[in-house]
Design a protein around this ligand. Sequence first.
Ligand SMILES: [Cu+2]
Length: 148
Amino acid sequence: MTRFVIARRAADDNAVPAVLSRPPKRRPPVTTRTFDFRRSETAWTINGHPYRPGVPLARPRLGTAEVWRLTCDFHHPVHVHLAHFLVLARNGRPPAATDAGWKDTVDVRPYEVVDVLARFDGYRGRYMLHCHNLEHEDMAMMAEFEVI
Ligand SMILES: [Cu+2]
């Protein structure tokens, strides 16, 4: 067992900074891509395919931003590696207050269309996007994209 013994008083010189963080700025999108999360008769798919290692569904350029339109037939928390994104719209309407801020996962409800603005910063290479529902990703609802 650890025990702390207070031996003397001290002044608290801690302070909350005036600015906690500087979120990245928006960039105009260079293109729009659609990723459709759907269950087929045999698999959970993205754009009609279960996970295909080495076959990226998109090749965004480093330093750009793109609108990714996420659609689905079921409830999927869509998670994107590397690229943080802002929710731009849900079914063509402004996003909810809970959508505010830069995210790496967005809740997409059945038959909803969610537009996000994704930034591709930092590193080139291959990354994943997938449903974050463990049972769905275990059923191959994943895809690669390659930042070039
Ligand atoms: Cu899912």
